[in-house]
Structure formats: structure tokens, C-alpha cells
Write a protein that binds this ligand. Structure first.
Ligand SMILES: *[C@@H]1O[C@H](CO)[C@@H](O)[C@H](O)[C@H]1NC(C)=O
Ligand SMILES: *[C@@H]1O[C@H](CO)[C@@H](O)[C@H](O)[C@H]1NC(C)=O
Length: 279
């Protein structure tokens, strides 16, 4: 004779076992790089690119020191006046650099998580890596195995070289626009900004231009050389723009793959370990 309560207990045990298995499977499904991870990793990249792009602002500062007064007769200013004027413009460069630096991590974030193909979405179809248990990091083996673009940290780790190229292209493009007023870098040279000039660029319009105006206002004897000094600044900006373009040549689509010489190899490991620490 069948025992109804025995049947129920067999069924309930079977259901419990199935549920347990399901829960175990679910917890092993790989999880995404969530908001905190996304911000943290974007900051880490931005810190490095802040170091690398600072070179262009240093060049600006050095060239201002060397050639702001080219063509202005020495009778028009004292050496203290020249020093003060140069210092005032160099402070404007520092402000422009600061504005650039604070924009970096947003740019990096957008490049990885918003631009296509974005590092978002399901990493379980097909299955490549097991979600580590609580308190355990992802591994370099996970980084190696996660070979398609999706939202988990190992995928970002796997595609680091591609991600760096994407970020470097975008930054070069933005820098060229901010300093040179136009960018033809990765748009076949015919962008809507293609004919912009350095005078219209953010760095001149919002930082160097107003600083030069102030210098001219406080030194009436220099006013006659306004055009000369403005021309000097314009040349300096064009020169830095050329430096940015030359540096970005290796990033052009179809260019021979070439390493970014200034990117330190140990930075790759540093950022990978950071990524893998978000299980
Ligand atoms: C990432 O997060 C860790 C832990 O919260 C923190 O110590 C570190 O400074 C962060 N790194 C960056 C670059 O934000
Ligand atoms: C996870 O990775 C971070 C960063 O490399 C490290 O500091 C931490 O000790 C690791 N945690 C474990 C449990 O291995």
C-alpha cells in the first residue's frame, strides 16, 4: 500500500534538491562589472592617461616661455614684465590642463561602457568562466578564457589592448579639438570641425586668450604688439597640435599595429589586477 506522506516527502526532497542545484548554478553565473567597478576602473585608466597627456601641456608651457615675446622689441617691456606675463599665461595652461584632467575619467568610462561595442551584457552565452565564490578574485586564467565582449571584468581584462586603442583614439581626437580647434584624425580629414582654427579652440578661447588680454591691458606699451603676441600663441598651439597628430598616427585604422611607447608595461598588470578584484 502506498504511503501518501512518504510520496510527499520524496517529492519535497526532489524539489529541494532541484532548487539547490538551481541556486548553485545561478550563483556561478558570471556577474557584470557593476557601477562601482566601472567607475573604479575608469579612474585607473584616467590616472595613466593623465600622465601621458600632460606632455602636451608641458610643451605649451615651455614654448610660451621660449617664444611668447618673439618679434616684440625689448624696449616695449622690462624683464620683470616679461616674466610676469609668461607666468600669467602658464597659469592659464595649468587651468586648461586641470579642466582636461577632470574630463578624462568620464571619457574613459564612455569609451568602455557606452561606445559600441560596449562592455556590457550577458557573459554566460556561451559559458566561459565560473563566477568566483564570495571574497575570491577572478584569475588571469579567467581573463584569458573570457574571449568575447560582454559585461564582466574578465572580458574587459581580455580586451585591454583593444580598449587602450579605443581610449587613445578618442583622447587624441578630443585633445586635437581642444588645443587645435579641429580634428581630422580619425574621420578621413573631412569632419565638420575640419576647418576650425586654434583661436576657436577651447584652450585659447577659454584660457590663453583671456590671459593674454589681461597682460595687454595691464601693460599698455605691449598693446602695439598685440597681433605679434597673439600670432606667437597661435603658432605655439599649432605646434602642439602637430605633436598630437604625429603621436596619434599609429592609431589610424589600418596603420601597422604599434605599441604606445609611453605606456608602461607594468600598468597593464596593475589595471588587470584591479579588474580581477571585482568578483
Ligand atoms: C578603486 O577602489 C579601491 C577600493 O575601494 C580604492 O582603494 C582605489 O583607490 C580605487 N582606485 C581608483 C583609481 O579609483
Ligand atoms: C584580490 O585582488 C586585489 C588586487 O590585486 C588584492 O589586493 C587582494 O588581496 C585580492 N584578494 C584575494 C582574496 O586574493
Amino acid at each position: 500500500m502506498r504511503n501518501p506522506s512518504g510520496t510527499i516527502s520524496i517529492w519535497s526532497r526532489a524539489i529541494t534538491a532541484t532548487l539547490l542545484a538551481l541556486i548553485l548554478t545561478l550563483t556561478r553565473l558570471s556577474e557584470a562589472c557593476e557601477r562601482h567597478c566601472q567607475l573604479n576602473v575608469s579612474h585607473a585608466f584616467a590616472d595613466k592617461y593623465q600622465i601621458l597627456t600632460s606632455q602636451h601641456f608641458s610643451t605649451l608651457s615651455t614654448k610660451i616661455d621660449q617664444s611668447l615675446f618673439h618679434g616684440v622689441p625689448a624696449t616695449a617691456y622690462s624683464s620683470t614684465e616679461a616674466t610676469n606675463a609668461i607666468q600669467h599665461l602658464q597659469e592659464a595652461v595649468t587651468k586648461a590642463q586641470y579642466a582636461w584632467d577632470v574630463s578624462l575619467s568620464r571619457t574613459v568610462f564612455d569609451t568602455i561602457f557606452t561606445d559600441e561595442p560596449k562592455f556590457k551584457g550577458d557573459c554566460n552565452e556561451p559559458h566561459r568562466v565560473d563566477q568566483p565564490s564570495l571574497g575570491v578574485n577572478w584569475t588571469m586564467a579567467d581573463c584569458h578564457a573570457m574571449d568575447y565582449i560582454c559585461g564582466n571584468p574578465p572580458s574587459i581584462c581580455h580586451f585591454m589592448p583593444m580598449i587602450k586603442t579605443r581610449i587613445e583614439r578618442k583622447l587624441a581626437d578630443q585633445l586635437e579639438i581642444k588645443i587645435g580647434g579641429s580634428s581630422g584624425l580619425f574621420r578621413g580629414g573631412a569632419s565638420e570641425n575640419g576647418r576650425g582654427s586654434a583661436d576657436e579652440a577651447d584652450v585659447y578661447a577659454n584660457f590663453l586668450g583671456p590671459a593674454l588680454s589681461k597682460v595687454l591691458m595691464t601693460h599698455p606699451k605691449l598693446e602695439a604688439y598685440q597681433a605679434t603676441m597673439h600670432g606667437n600663441l597661435n603658432q605655439i598651439l599649432e605646434l602642439v597640435k602637430e605633436q598630437i597628430v604625429a603621436e596619434a598616427a599609429r592609431l589610424a585604422p589600418g596603420a601597422e599595429p604599434m605599441k604606445n611607447e609611453k605606456w608602461k608595461p607594468e600598468w597593464d598588470l596593475e589595471i588587470k589586477l584591479l579588474l580581477l578584484s571585482f568578483p
